[in-house]
Each structure stands twice: as structure tokens, then as C-alpha cells.
Design a protein around this ligand. Structure first.
Ligand code: NAD
Length: 280
């Protein structure tokens, strides 16, 4: 039987309805999320438009600040510090990629951790070791949300995370560890990836290589979360997972596009409402 598709668009839509209720509970005062971008990036422009549309639906005002490509790291940090100090700004988001010469970690560290709605400030990243933080990294939180949507109890499951980035691989591994899954993290240095993926009940792939994971690498019935975003040979967006072969073996599978991406945006909005004081 082909895998059940975990519909990220639908899950995100359901989340936005819940978020709208939480937002209305905060009263009429505007909730402002400021997105800061340096230079013009056509790929980022699509993300920003999607984020703005979703924010409007939830009742969050998303202000977009485009800084010139000549902006220095010090100037960007000063802008972030100014926004962090403003009482009318609930959340701050820095669009990537940043131009060469600007260190994303330095910039992220300049955000007030209480307004770090991407959950990437060292304080929020560190807090994840103790428990699930109130502002978790959005993509890792989205991957977890999709796994939970299967209804499966994660205690005692075997998870293999492929990719050990700070933004996805490491935080999702720790989030699932909190739920008592037995987690293995594979990466560029891993020998024989297939030996790991084949015994996993849950496979999360966040690498950036189209077709890295094939159906023959999976345990029948596995839940497969594809975080990757790649440009396919025909120009279309594809994930890291070979969808056709994995669909034949997996129990659950996220599509790309329409899987992790929309849920990540919903997580960003959830974090913004939490930063504004909502319990959601
Ligand atoms: P990254 O580029 O920072 O790191 C890539 C990771 O892949 C590294 O940990 C590396 O060890 C591992 N890797 C590389 N080759 C490998 C191989 N052959 N076998 C096993 N592991 C290998 O990763 P990132 O920033 O987490 O991004 C990963 C992918 O996820 C990209 O396609 C990115 O566009 C996508 N992404 C999607 C979202 C979303 O919201 N859907 C968010 C962030 C990133």
C-alpha cells in the first residue's frame, strides 16, 4: 500500500486557525513581526510573500525591512538592536542568505532572545537541551509536528536524522530525544547510510541533495520527513527524498513542496504569538 501523504499545507492551515484564535485572545493591539533582509534575493522574496500572507491570515502585521546590499555587519547588528528595544515589535526575523562578510551567528545573537522567533539565538538553542523551549527552531519544530500528526507514540521508536546542521538536524534530534525516541544522527562523515536508515521507524532528511534517500533504503512502513529543498533537473522544486520509490515503501511521507515548508511558516507565527505573550 502506498504511503499516506502528510499534507503540510492542510496541517499548516489547521494551525493557522488555532493561531488566529490565540491572536484574537491578545486583544486589538497590533502584533508586529519585523523581517530584515540585506540585498535582494529572488528566492527569499517568495518565502517573504508566503510568510506575509500567512501572517495576515493569523492577524500578525509583518513589516519587511530591505537593507541595501552594502550594509555592514555592524550596521545590521545596530538595526537588530534598535528593533529589539522597541516595545511595539514582538518578533524579529532575519532572512537568509546574508551577503558574504556578515556572520549569521553574530546577527542572530544580537536579537533579544525573547523576540527571536526563529529560535536560533544561542540562548534558545541552548535551552533545547533542557526541554522543548517556548521558541524552538521553526523547521525542526515543523518536522516534529508532522511526525506527531501520524498519531504515533514516539517512545521506543528508532529515528534516523540525516543531516547535522544547527538549523535542522541537531535540534530535531534533540526534540525527538525528549520524546524518548532512540535517535541516530547521520551526516557527511557517515559510512553506509543505508544501514542506519533501513532500521529506522522515522527518517528525517535535511541535507540539500535531491534523491539522496531511495525506497530501498527504508524499513517498510517508516515515517519519512523530507526537509530538503532543491531545484530539480526540470527546474521544479524537489526534496532530498526520491518521492516515487519511497512512497512504495514508507508508511507516511511528506511531499516537497507542500510538506515541511508551510508548517515551518506556521511555527514562525506560533513563535511570534508566544513572544507576544500568547499561550499556544
Ligand atoms: P546544511 O546545508 O547546513 O547542512 C547539510 C547537512 O547535510 C550537513 O549536516 C552534512 O553533514 C549533511 N550531508 C551532506 N552530504 C551528506 C550525505 N551524502 N549523506 C549524509 N549527510 C550529508 O543543511 P540545512 O541548512 O539543514 O539544509 C538542509 C536542506 O533543508 C536544504 O535543502 C535546505 O534548503 C532545506 N531547508 C528547508 C527548510 C524548510 O523550511 N523546509 C528550512 C531549512 C532548510
Amino acid at each position: 500500500m502506498p504511503a499516506q501523504i502528510l499534507d503540510g499545507k492542510l496541517i499548516a492551515q489547521q494551525m493557522r486557525l488555532k493561531l488566529r484564535v490565540a491572536r484574537d485572545g491578545l486583544g486589538p493591539c497590533p502584533i508586529r513581526l519585523v523581517s530584515v533582509e540585506v540585498g535582494q534575493n529572488p528566492a527569499a522574496a517568495v518565502y517573504v510573500r508566503n510568510q506575509q500572507r500567512a501572517a495576515t491570515e493569523v492577524g500578525i502585521e509583518m513589516e519587511v525591512r530591505n537593507l541595501p546590499v552594502t550594509t555592514t555587519e555592524a550596521q545590521l547588528v545596530a538595526t537588530i538592536a534598535e528593533l529589539s528595544g522597541r516595545a511595539d515589535v514582538a518578533g524579529i526575523l532575519v532572512q537568509r542568505p546574508l551577503p558574504p562578510g556578515i556572520d549569521p551567528r553574530t546577527v542572530q545573537s544580537a536579537i533579544d532572545p525573547a523576540k527571536d522567533v526563529e529560535g536560533m539565538h544561542p540562548a534558545n538553542m541552548g535551552a533545547i537541551l533542557y526541554r522543548e523551549p517556548s521558541l524552538p527552531p521553526c523547521t525542526a519544530a515543523a518536522a516534529q509536528q508532522l511526525i506527531l500528526a501520524t498519531g504515533r507514540d514516539l517512545r521506543g521508536t528508532e529515528t534516523v536524522v540525516v543531516g547535522h546542521s544547527e538549523i535542522v538536524g541537531k535540534p530535531i534530534a534533540i526534540l525527538l530525544l525528549h520524546r524518548l525516541s532512540t535517535v541516530t544522527v547521520c551526516h557527511i562523515g557517515t559510512k553506509h547510510l543505508i544501514e542506519h536508515t533501513r532500521r529506522a521507524d522515522i527518517v528525517v532528511v535535511a541535507v540539500g541533495k535531491a534523491g539522496l534517500v531511495h525506497g530501498d533504503m527504508l524499513k517498510p512502513g517508516a515515517c519519512v520527513i523530507d526537509v530538503g529543498i532543491n531545484q530539480g533537473a526540470d527546474g521544479r522544486i524537489v526534496g532530498d527524498v526520491d518521492f516515487a520509490s519511497c512512497r512504495e515503501v514508507a508508511g507516511f511521507l511528506t511531499p516537497v513542496p507542500g510538506g515541511v515548508g508551510p508548517v515551518t511558516v506556521a511555527m514562525l507565527l506560533r513563535n511570534t504569538l508566544r513572544a507576544a505573550g500568547a499561550t499556544v
